[in-house]
Design a binder for this molecule. Structure first.
Ligand code: KG4
Ligand code: ZN
Length: 339
């Protein structure tokens, strides 16, 4: 059988990325141009700046991805591109580039859902992983518990009622003066702190046992910091970071294990930027081992935004026969499983 080579493009937030993926699971190149430094001075992603930077970088990143994979456009079977959810101006840059290449060369186009990409990152290094399984997707914009019934077939069984897990990390990091992006910085600082120092709340959502809520926790951290300041007490940032992180992890682990057991599966995967958190990975590793659940996770580079994951998801959509037209548009609030 002839190889299927996917050229994948991702530009939904602040990384301009392109990748070439062979037969769904083999990453030939994974080029990521991060804008993090640019946004750090503003304390978060500025959408207008993100779009402009994507425009400057996109062609170069695509060329690099082809070069690194030692292929040309003539070898490419299909072009996969993230068309939602994300920042509309940022998404449009990738979608326009993909459409232009497809139009000029006749290579088929496949629009990919960003979260489907995150989930699919698990297939890269876990060659034996096949659906069905339960996946926790925790990123800057999402905290979802998803049943992956088959390739491209998803059921969301839990979601956040307010802030996403990554968003909470970013906001708490800003409050304790760590800057953007907060996740990796809290992860690092937590190693020097006591996770049991401050009893931050573990929120339960009454109506759905799989749903998450992180805004109460975020407020509790802010209140704690204000309280210390008013009383003139010194704040131990490492203890705040570690205690906050433990509160997030406890809830993510408890809901995840509960979901896997209730759904009757024995496989569990994690995805999204927060999935690269070292303490979360250790906690899930331990909890899954105790329950005889096989635990899957991508390497950190495939957890945060990248195009290889879009190439993997694009491959499975492509072999199912999914094709997008030149009317493919950026959809900022695209729902998982919708076309
Ligand atoms: O998946 P991602 O790169 O972009 C979105 O689709 O949102 O996730 C970015 C989020 C940010 O909120 C960032 O703070 C968080 O993932 N993150 C982490 C870690 N690395 C990135 N959160 C906790 N621990 C980390 N090590
Ligand atoms: Zn993402």
């Amino acid at each position: 059988m002839e190889d299927i080579l996917i050229l994948a493009i991702e530009s939904s937030c602040d990384e301009t990325a392109a990748s070439v993926v062979r037969n769904g699971r083999e990453v030939l190149s994974n080029v990521i141009s991060s804008q993090i430094e640019l946004h750090t001075i503003y304390g978060g992603v500025v959408p207008e700046i993100a779009s402009r930077k994507h425009i400057e970088k996109i062609n170069q990143v695509i060329e690099e991805a082809l070069k690194e994979a030692s292929v040309t456009l003539k070898d490419i079977t299909a072009i996969a591109v993230t068309y939602g959810p994300g920042l509309v101006g940022a998404l449009l840059v990738g979608v326009s580039a993909a459409k232009a290449i497809s139009f000029a060369t006749g290579i088929p186009l496949v629009g990919v859902h960003h979260i489907e990409g995150h989930i699919s990152a698990n297939y890269i290094e876990n060659k034996d992983l096949e659906p069905p399984f339960v996946c926790l997707v925790a990123s800057g914009g999402h905290s979802h518990l998803i049943v992956v019934k088959d390739y491209g077939e998803y059921e969301i069984i839990g979601r956040t009622r307010d802030d996403a897990a990554g968003e909470a990390f970013d906001k708490v990091a800003r409050a304790i003066g760590l800057g953007y992006p907060g996740g990796p910085k809290i992860d690092k600082l937590s190693k020097e702190g006591n996770p049991d120092a401050i009893p931050f709340p573990r929120a339960k959502v009454a109506e759905n046992e799989y749903d998450f809520s992180f805004s109460g926790l975020k407020s509790a951290v802010l209140n704690y910091l204000n309280g210390c300041q008013m009383k003139g007490e010194t704040i131990c940032e490492a203890d705040v970071a570690a205690s906050f992180q433990k509160a997030v992890i406890d809830v993510l682990v408890e809901h995840s294990i509960h979901a896997v057991k209730e759904c009757g599966y024995d496989k569990f995967a994690i995805a999204g930027g927060v999935a690269s958190n070292s303490s979360l990975r250790a906690a899930l590793e331990e909890a899954c081992a105790k329950e005889n659940i096989s635990f899957y996770h991508p390497s950190p580079i495939f957890c945060t935004d990248n195009a290889a994951m879009i190439g993997v998801a694009g491959y499975y959509e492509y072999i199912k026969g999914v094709r997008s037209g030149y009317d493919l548009n950026a959809v900022p609030n695209l729902k998982l499983g919708e076309r």
